[in-house]
Design a protein around this ligand. Structure first.
Ligand SMILES: Nc1nc2c(c(=O)[nH]1)N[C@H]1C(S)=C(S)[C@@H](COP(=O)(O)O)O[C@H]1N2
Ligand SMILES: [Mo]
Length: 246
C-alpha cells in the first residue's frame, strides 16, 4: 500500500450496543469503571461503540483484496509456517495480573464468535467475509488487566522496508466491543500466511488498518506516548487518525 486516502465516513448507526457489552470483562471491577466512565464521554466513542451490520453467507465477497505490508519472510515467521504454528504463542502482558502465553490450540478452544462483516479500508475499498475467532475482551480478561491499564497494544510480525514494526492499539473501551475479535478463520478456513496467520485482529467498527494481521503480542499499557512514534499505531505515526471509526 503506497498511499492512503482519508474517506470521511460516519455511520453513526444505532448506538444501542453500549449496554450489550456482555462478556467476562464485566467480572472485572476495573473494566466496569472504565466502561462506566466512558458513558459520560459518549460522543468521543461514536463510531466505534455501536454494533455494525452483520451479513449473510450470500453477501460474502468473491474477491477480498490483499492490502498490507508483505507477508513476513524472516526466520521466526517462516519457522512458524513450517511447524504449522505449533510453536506460536500469543503473549498477553504489560499491566496485567496474569500474563498469558496462549497456543493456537488454546485459542481455538476459546473460539466463540462467528461474524460476517464488512472490512472498510481507508483507501476506499470494502469487502465482506466470514470471520471466526475469540472475542478480544475474553482474552484480555484471562490476563486480568490492572487498574492503571488504559490501552491494549498489538504487535505484528511484519516490518516495512525501513524495518519499522507494524503495531496498533485500542482503548479498553474499544477492546471490549463485542464484535472485536482475534480472528483465526476467514471464510471457513484457517487464516492463510498472506492474510495474517495464525491470528489477526478483526475490528469491523473501525477502519481496516486497525485490524492488525500477524499478531503475536497484546500489551496492556497506561499510555501510548512512549511507543514508537507515540501516536498508537504504524499508520497513526504517519498521520492517520487513531480513532478511525467507520
Ligand atoms: N500487520 C499488518 N496488519 C495490517 C496491515 C499491515 O500492513 N500489516 N494493513 C492493514 C490494512 S490498511 C488493511 S486494509 C488490512 C488488509 O487486510 P488484507 O490484506 O487481508 O485485505 O490489513 C490491515 N492490517
Ligand atoms: Mo487499508
Amino acid at each position: 500500500m503506497k498511499r492512503k486516502l482519508f474517506i470521511a465516513t460516519s455511520l453513526s448507526a444505532a448506538l444501542s450496543a453500549c449496554s450489550a457489552i456482555g462478556n467476562k470483562l464485566n467480572d472485572s471491577p476495573t473494566f466496569h469503571k472504565v466502561l462506566n466512565s466512558a458513558e459520560d464521554v459518549n460522543e468521543v466513542f461514536i463510531g466505534t461503540r455501536g454494533r455494525v451490520r452483520e451479513y449473510t453467507e450470500r453477501d460474502i465477497s468473491a474477491n477480498f483484496p490483499l492490502d498490507s505490508l508483505d507477508t513476513p519472510s524472516d526466520s521466526t515467521y517462516t519457522q512458524l509456517i513450517r511447524d504449522h504454528f505449533a510453536s506460536y504463542r500469543l503473549t498477553v502482558d504489560g499491566l496485567v495480573e496474569h500474563p498469558q502465553h496462549l497456543s493456537l490450540s488454546q485459542l481455538q478452544h476459546l473460539m466463540n464468535v462467528t461474524q460476517i462483516t464488512r472490512h472498510d479500508c481507508v483507501e476506499g475499498w470494502s469487502a465482506i467475509a466470514k470471520w471466526q475467532g475469540v472475542r478480544l475482551a475474553d482474552v484480555l480478561a484471562l490476563a486480568r488487566p490492572r487498574p492503571n491499564a488504559r490501552y491494549v497494544v498489538f504487535y505484528s510480525f511484519d516490518r516495512d522496508s525501513n524495518d519499522t514494526q507494524y503495531y496498533e492499539s485500542l482503548s479498553l473501551e474499544q477492546a471490549a466491543h463485542p464484535q472485536t475479535l482475534l480472528a483465526l478463520r476467514q471464510n471457513g478456513k484457517p487464516i492463510t500466511p498472506d492474510r495474517g496467520a495464525p491470528v489477526r485482529l478483526r475490528i469491523p467498527t473501525q477502519l481496516g488498518y486497525k485490524s492488525a494481521k500477524w499478531v503475536y503480542r497484546l500489551q496492556m499499557v497506561a499510555s501510548l506516548k512512549d511507543l514508537y512514534g507515540g501516536k498508537g499505531g504504524y499508520w497513526e505515526d504517519q498521520g492517520y487518525e487513531w480513532y478511525a471509526g467507520v
